[in-house]
Ligand binder design. Structure first.
Ligand code: GLU
Length: 410
């Protein structure tokens, strides 16, 4: 099954429960626009390379399309379609005034020099320059992209349109970026978890957490969760995992990763195989890396009683069903991975007003929006006796359907 088809299952079931009419269903289950581009990069050795790039604009009923750009050797139109749909439900569930989009380039960016990476970023944005804009489509960072790439892209767009910081979010703080954007995805996930922990009467120090993926979202989540008193017992990256049942010092682990390129080999922990992170004895498992990390072949290993999805689409529908049947609470990506786009919205709002907020103000607003969406989701799940994922999809789809209906689309 392709990725888009897999997440459409979540949409279809919610649409059935909502008794969405046929026209609304047709509009909401297909992407509005998909653009495929040629990304031309003059290489350092004098040759020319062409990389395929895409931008998918899934639905813009609630505002400009919004979503990240990733550089990855496995990138494909199918995956961007899947993530653009997820972004549509994510912005809606968090009630930020955007639609959903996603895009990027199929490239092994680790093999590019810094100059080649800059030329690739600029060439890609130049190729989609007609499709994006502060009130059209506002990209952001995603896997293997960050403030540096956003700055190049913003600069490229501004050469044509004049200074336009609101065309892209996740920029460097000294170039129109928002304070708090870097930590936003991890912090947002923690606000969601902490809300749930509070409602369930959990004591933070008794909650042991394992984090799969130690990139931006995973490492910030681990550092902030530890600060709040949770125990981080295991973390992993693409090279392996480390485990200490007594708890890890996430900040020191990040420094170790910066020095050596991996969390593996961290002194005060045992190094274990990467995939073993999923079977760690813990209360909360946090997949924070790539899609389909938990699938039918490994989800039976999970010992946690709550899975907090910080990556996009980290759990396949089969694994979701199997873990739900075992009584594991699944907190869906469209809720727990939404912190990044929430602060992207705050960055965009600051940019269009030429305003600058303090980090405290940004974090306070992020907390408000994350907690409201968490409460909405859990209340609906409880009152309708459905899973949090089913509830999150219902709320998100209902809002997009209402906006589309009000616009006269169906
Ligand atoms: N790439 C992030 C996500 O998947 C952030 C998107 C954004 O800030 O627009 O949610």
């Amino acid at each position: 099954m392709d990725l888009f088809e897999a997440v459409q299952g979540f949409f279809d079931r919610a649409a059935d429960r909502l008794k969405l009419d046929d026209s609304a269903r047709k509009v909401l289950s297909t992407p509005r626009r998909e653009v495929a581009v040629q990304v031309r990069v003059p290489m350092d050795d004098g040759s020319l390379e062409i990389f395929p790039g895409w931008r998918v604009q899934y639905n813009g009923a609630r505002g400009p399309f919004k979503g990240g750009l990733r550089f990855h050797p496995n990138a494909s139109l199918d995956e961007f379609r899947c993530f653009a749909a997820l972004m549509t439900w994510k912005t809606s569930l968090l009630d930020v005034p955007f639609g959903g989009g996603k895009g990027g380039v199929k490239v092994d960016q680790k093999r590019l020099s810094l100059g080649e990476l800059e030329r690739l970023s600029r060439a890609f944005f130049w190729a989609i320059e007609h499709e994006v804009g502060p009130y059209r489509d506002v990209p952001a960072p995603d896997v293997n992209t960050g403030p540096r790439e956003m700055a190049w892209m913003y600069d490229e767009y501004s050469k044509i349109h004049g200074d336009s910081p609101a065309v892209i979010t996740g920029k460097p703080v000294h170039l129109g970026g928002s304070l708090g954007r870097g930590s936003a995805t991890g912090r947002g996930a923690l606000f969601a978890l902490d809300r749930i922990a509070h409602q369930r009467g959990w004591t933070r120090s008794k909650i042991r957490i394992a984090v799969e993926g130690y990139g931006n979202a995973g490492s910030w989540f681990a550092i902030l969760a530890r600060e709040l008193g949770y125990e981080i017992v295991a973390v992993s990256d693409s090279k392996g995992a480390i485990y200490n049942p007594e708890g890890l010092a996430p900040h020191a682990v990040l420094e170790h990763k910066r020095d050596t390129g991996s969390v593996v080999g961290f002194k005060r922990a045992d190094s274990i195989d990467g995939p073993d992170i999923f079977g760690i004895d813990c209360e909360v498992l946090v997949p924070a890396a790539l899609e389909e990390a938990l699938h039918a072949g490994n989800s039976d290993k999970v010992k946690a009683n709550l899975v907090l999805e910080v990556a996009n689409y980290p759990v396949t529908p089969e694994a979701d069903e199997a873990m739900t049947a075992r009584g594991i609470t699944m907190i869906p990506d469209i809720l727990s991975s939404a912190g990044g786009v929430v602060v992207s919205y705050l960055e965009w709002a600051q940019n269009i007003q030429r305003e600058r907020w303090t980090e405290d103000r940004v974090n306070a607003r992020l907390k408000e929006l994350m907690e409201a969406a968490t409460d909405d989701t859990l209340n609906r799940a409880n009152s309708n006796a459905i899973t949090p994922r089913a509830a999150a999809y219902e709320i998100a789809i209902e809002r997009v359907a209402e906006a589309g209906h009000a616009r006269g689309w169906f």
